[in-house]
Design a protein. Structure first.
Length: 499
């Protein structure tokens, strides 16, 4: 059986803990790979490699860093199909979704290639007699990233390219459920000329996570995952004096006003709710229909959802793949099977779905729940699967109040033809990312990604300007130089004497 080992100090390092985790093919349910799970000693080794590399990388020139990143970008582009294939094999998402993931990760690599302008300082001259003040940004040292299973390439690329472009060194702890893409990213970085130890990949479970959170040589931690774990990451790392950005869960809403193009809204709801099998933090999981349009909107969503082709991710005909594990599939199904008892109308029930020839895969069909109560489990919890809840509101104000009452504030959207309504919505809604007739408003790389409330713990969003600020710290230098005409007697700099 294939074993995924660590990448430390520029080379593959076999696990020594004796503990391994299974990696399955979600389409078949078969265990195809095992991944080494790090001990605390291996955490120390990865951090030590990063610390040693920082001694030279942290003082390297911007030109040298960006040269590596430009070569890295070219290699990633050339190997995007290979990266996507690993994602499909271990996560299960269809190949087109996997390619889209790689493309969104490449955006941040491209941002890192232009880091020179992001790191420019500021200068104020003559703030007082012969006194100048400048502000500069400097790297932190060793930083760590803990990333989720749902985007095994994109989310790591949202972190380490910016971090290393800013002069830091990096220890990546990817999900143990789909670890292979992270290793390929590191190998390609080495091929691009990244010095040994600048990027390390440490596989593991809670032992590895806690080791990084408590390690005295780790200066900052980036995290993307569920809200309970994000809260734990933030609390633990902050207590150890580390800088933290911890992005948590979501319950993203889409408000559909009576004037909306219902075909466009239905198309958007289907793609945003069921794309990547709903396993993404920016999925639309709750549609709020305002006024009398609810029945017609639900009918159009149902019509489209029933046509979605479900199958193995490597089948070009598949539009949605399986879920990551059988346990997760069963948890997602439980929200659907319990929905009717909590007052919902089950319009589509995707539980019990199988694919011929792949009966042991982690399959679930598309589910659509209507007239969902805000008290129900299907509404309150982040399901992270292909389950769409529809709620009803009589007015715009009622819909916005319902949405703002959610403890999550990641992403949201409004569908309307009215510019005034859209303007009010973008100002009144309590969420970090807003789409107007755009169902999944993930910002482009040069704007920052992140939510509000229980969707973000820490002060900085990820990538964009916030990402650069997170991976650097400011320093202000105040300088005073005497006028050369006042040089001491006997020192002639060629300036006329003032007196």
């Amino acid at each position: 059986m294939k074993t995924v080992n660590h990448w430390i100090g520029g080379k593959t390092v076999e696990g020594t803990s004796g503990n391994y985790g299974p990696v399955t093919d979600p389409a078949t349910g078969a265990v195809t790979t095992q991944v080494a799970l790090a001990s605390l000693e291996e955490v120390d080794a990865a951090v030590a490699a990063a610390r040693d590399a920082y001694a030279t990388w942290g003082t390297s020139s911007l030109a040298a860093r960006t040269a590596v990143l430009f070569r890295y970008r070219a290699l990633l582009d050339a190997r995007r199909d290979d990266i996507a294939a690993l994602i499909t094999a271990e996560h299960g998402k269809v190949h087109s979704d996997a390619l889209g993931e790689v493309a969104r990760g490449l955006e941040i690599v491209e941002l890192a290639c232009g880091i020179t302008t992001q790191l420019k300082g500021e200068l104020s001259t003559q703030v007082s007699s012969r006194v100048d003040v400048s502000s500069i940004r400097q790297s932190l040292g060793v930083v760590a990233g803990i990333t989720p299973f749902n985007f095994p390439a994109m989310v790591p690329m949202w972190m380490f390219p910016l971090a290393i472009a800013c002069g830091n060194t990096f220890v990546l702890k990817p999900s143990e459920k789909d670890p292979s893409a992270a290793n390929l990213l590191a190998e390609l970085a080495a091929e691009a000329g990244l010095p040994d130890g600048v990027l390390n990949v440490l596989h593991g479970d809670k032992i590895a996570v806690d080791g990084l959170l408590n390690h005295p040589d780790v200066a900052a931690v980036s995290f993307v995952g569920s809200t309970p774990i994000a809260r734990y990451i933030h609390t633990t790392a902050s207590a150890n004096g580390k800088r933290v950005q911890a992005l948590g869960g979501a319950k993203n809403h889409m408000l559909v006003l009576p004037d909306a193009d219902l075909d466009a809204a239905a198309d958007a709801a289907v793609s945003a709710a069921y794309g990547s099998a709903g396993e993404r933090c920016m999925a639309i999981s709750a549609v709020v229909a305002v006024g009398a349009i609810g029945d017609e909107l639900v009918a159009r969503i149902k019509e489209r959802a029933e046509k979605i082709k479900i199958g193995p991710g490597n089948d070009p005909a598949s539009e949605m793949g399986p879920l990551i594990t059988a346990a997760h599939r069963d948890k997602v199904a439980s929200y659907v099977t319990g929905a009717a008892a909590q007052g919902a109308d089950v319009v589509l029930d995707g539980t019990g779905y199988t694919v011929e020839g792949f009966e042991d895969g982690h399959w679930i069909g598309l589910s659509l729940l209507d007239h969902v109560s805000t008290d129900s489990d299907a509404y309150k919890d982040e399901i992270f699967g292909p389950v769409l809840c529809v709620l009803r509101a009589e007015t715009y104000e009622e819909g916005v109040a319902l949405m703002n009452a959610s403890p999550f504030g990641n992403g949201t959207a409004i569908f309307t033809r009215d510019g005034g309504a859209a303007r009010r919505f973008q100002l009144e809604i309590e969420a970090g990312m807003v789409g107007v007739n755009v169902p999944i408003p993930v910002p482009v790389g040069y704007h920052s990604f992140g939510g509000w409330k229980d969707s973000l713990f820490g002060d900085h969003h990820i990538y964009g300007n916030d990402g650069v600020h997170f991976y650097t710290r400011g320093k202000v230098v105040t300088t005073r130089w005497p006028d050369p005409a006042d040089a001491p007697a006997g020192v002639d700099l060629g300036f006329p004497r003032n007196h």
